[in-house]
Design a protein around this ligand. Structure first.
Ligand code: NAD
Length: 366
């Protein structure tokens, strides 16, 4: 089993280092190879997704990705910006299905900005289509407005589009996932305003005919954003397009206490995937030993389960994370009174200790 490790920028290198330590104490044999991506790759090779990095990602059984981006690259032309690396990997590896489970661990109900009773026991799954929609749609660009009240004025435009096969395959993924859970899918759209999402709604409804055992509801994205903070536990699986999923999954992160707790898996048709925390490179806290590595460590568990066929190892990691939280260890983003505040590395120490069956006394407090 070969794992491509792409730490990236900012906190990416710090959190991936802890995830690698966790991988290293599982008594499983992996070949790992690390490559530069994002701003780090631009600095070293002049491109955020060098050929060699893409080749490694294509050859590997799974990719463990940190995060890319930094404000200092904002003035670069778009094709050279770090964020193009993750878009390029998604497109080139055909990673169309993004799984973002939002689970509120019992010990973190007070870390959420919502009332504890709203999030206690929360376990929902957001499935975001990842290779279509307005993020990839062509044409896009800047031009002189060809018509309208401001005809002739400079304007910018993007294209929102989805084809039938793209919607069908993500709908199948959602219905199949719901069958392993509570058999309910909420398809999120904006069918009242957008032609693309009326089509989305029609196709999802057609696919649903093959899954009579799964309940389907349709919800407009503005209402879904509201319901996620009003009554999040009434959802089971949410399926939506690339842009709405991007926004709703960050909102869902706060239900779990912190975006530092939210892992993700991005899979292609053959089940190979890229695993990454749902957050970005957090330049504001990079290099300060403040980042929560748990989303990345939990992404490793998803990688073992979905791509490497090691479900027991995945279970071990998830229960190690639970026991570390139960022991009271918290990074700053999830800290509350009475808990032990630890840094990135010390949180990694705690998970490694839990996996090795030792107690947390090996932890270096920071
Ligand atoms: P971000 O997710 O990096 O940070 C948002 C906020 O959450 C910040 O306050 C940050 O400190 C905090 N945060 C994020 N991860 C955390 C963690 N593990 N522990 C504790 N706190 C954490 O989003 P942003 O600030 O909007 O973007 C920063 C850079 O990341 C930008 O360049 C953006 O383009 C990039 N980005 C990359 C990805 C990716 O690599 N997949 C995703 C989103 C954003």
């Amino acid at each position: 089993m070969k794992i491509a490790i792409l730490p990236g920028d900012g906190i990416g290198t710090e959190i991936v280092a802890q995830a690698e330590r966790v991988l290293g104490c599982l008594d499983l044999e992996f070949e790992t190879e690390t490559a530069a991506v994002g701003g780090a790759a631009y600095e070293a090779h002049g491109h955020p997704l060098p050929e060699a990095t893409l080749k490694l990602a294509k050859e590997a059984d799974a990719v463990l990705f940190g995060a890319v981006g930094d404000w200092k690259y904002d003035k670069l032309e778009r094709a050279l910006r770090p964020e193009q690396a993750i878009l390029g990997l998604r497109k080139n590896l055909g990673l169309f299905a993004n799984f973002r489970p939002a689970i509120c661990y019992e010990q973190l109900t007070h870390a959420s900005s919502l009332k504890p009773e709203l999030v206690a026991g929360l376990d929902i799954l957001i499935i975001r289509e990842l290779t279509g929609d307005i993020y990839f749609g062509q044409p896009r660009g800047r031009r002189e407005a060809p018509d309208g009240a401001f005809k002739g004025a400079p304007e910018a435009f993007d294209t929102m589009r989805y084809s039938r096969p793209e919607i069908e395959r993500i709908a199948h993924v959602a219905f199949r996932a719901a069958r392993k859970r509570n058999r309910k899918v909420t398809s999120v759209d904006k069918a009242n305003v957008l032609e693309t999402f009326q089509f989305w709604k029609d196709v999802v409804t057609e696919v649903h005919a093959q899954y009579p055992d799964v309940e389907l509801e349709h919800m407009y994205v503005d209402n879904a954003a509201m319901q996620l903070v009003k009554a999040p536990k009434k959802f089971d699986v949410l399926v939506t397009g690339n842009m709405f999923g991007d926004i709703l999954s960050d909102e869902a992160a706060m239900l779990t206490g912190s975006i530092g707790m939210l892992p993700s898996a991005s899979l292609n048709e053959s089940g190979r995937g890229l695993y990454e925390p749902s957050h970005g490179s957090a330049p504001d806290i990079a290099g300060k030993d403040l980042a929560n590595p748990l989303a990345t460590i939990l992404s490793v568990a998803m990688m073992l389960r979905f791509s490497l066929n090691q479900p027991e190892a995945a279970d071990r990691i998830e229960s190690a994370v639970r026991s570390v939280l139960a022991a009271g260890y918290r990074t700053a983003d999830i800290w509350s009174d009475g808990c032990t505040k630890v840094g990135t590395r010390a949180m990694g120490d705690a998970v490694v200790a839990a996996l090795s069956g030792t107690t947390a006394k090996t932890i270096t407090k920071s």
